[in-house]
Design a protein around this ligand. Structure first.
Ligand code: NAD
Length: 250
């Protein structure tokens, strides 16, 4: 899994999966721009990397604002001259029944979860095309298959899967691969508010018998962004301890 000396940008790098992806990339020699709406957390992750002997910067950016996404990519090009790896982890979870979902809430979730990856891919196209090399991984979710009570979240993630497929087809000829991962339940601040009984019930339904950890997700992402992964594109990789396989058998 070669990522040494590659320049990476991770959105949502201040917390959870994005933080772990940033640390894992850096531990294998990539230089990482940690991007988050929460500047303090972005700086914290960048500082962890620097203290461990790596190279990183922490940038504040609201991924739902196109200009901010383009500006983040510009500052990386100014600093390092290239952008080779993009991982879009920034996202929000939102629970509301179909009946009670407001248009404003639906739009907010889509602006962050779907337009965020779209804007960053758009911003990355020129530098990656110039290099004739790029590795992009988006964070979808198993919820894209349809979770009751999560219309806004599920549809935003279905959009991410489709965005990934379209981008893979449009960008393949420039040496750019685009894939997404669809995690099941992962222990992060996003899911921390869940009652312990609900956690236990979910764990029981997962064939491997446990909730996922950020490392389970970053491991797969690292293999998708590695130099060696040039023949995998447009794919959605489920990382859910076999949950979706089990569900499709019943
Ligand atoms: P998290 O809440 O720990 O981290 C999300 C990060 O995104 C936070 O640092 C937050 O500040 C940042 N963020 C939110 N809105 C932003 C915005 N507008 N601009 C920039 N940054 C913003 O969540 P996580 O569990 O690490 O989730 C990471 C990704 O993985 C999300 O896209 C999520 O939908 C997806 N995912 C998570 C799970 C899970 O169970 N945790 C499962 C499937 C998919």
């Amino acid at each position: 899994m070669t990522v040494k000396d590659r320049i990476a940008l991770v959105t949502g790098g201040g917390s959870g999966i994005g933080r772990q992806v940033s640390l894992s990339l850096a531990s294998r020699g990539a230089k990482v721009a940690v991007v988050d709406i929460n500047h303090d957390n972005a700086l914290k992750t960048a500082m962890e990397i620097i203290e461990a002997g790596g190279d990183a910067i922490g940038l504040q950016c609201d991924v739902s604002v196109k200009e901010e996404c383009f500006k983040s990519v510009e500052s990386i090009i100014e600093r390092w001259g290239r952008l080779e790896i993009l991982v879009t982890c920034a996202g929000i979870l939102f629970d509301k029944s179909l009946r009670n979902l407001t248009e404003e809430a639906f739009d907010k979730v889509h602006k962050i979860n779907l337009k965020g990856p779209l804007f960053f891919i758009q911003a990355a196209i020129e530098p990656m095309k110039k290099q004739q090399f790029g590795r992009i991984v988006n964070l979808a979710s198993g919820a894209y298959l349809g979770n009751p009570g999560q219309t806004a979240y599920s549809t935003s993630k279905a959009g991410v899967v489709s965005l990934t497929r379209v981008a893979a087809l449009e960008l393949a000829r420039f040496g750019i691969t685009v894939n997404c991962v669809a995690p099941g339940m992962v222990e992060t601040p996003m899911t921390a508010g869940m009652p312990p009984e609900a956690y236990e019930n979910i764990a029981k339904a997962i064939p491997v018998g446990r909730i996922g950890k950020p490392e389970d997700i970053s491991h797969m992402i690292l293999s998708l962004v590695a130099d060696e992964a040039s023949y995998t594109t447009g794919q959605t990789v489920f990382i859910d301890g076999g949950l979706t396989v089990g569900a499709s058998r019943s």
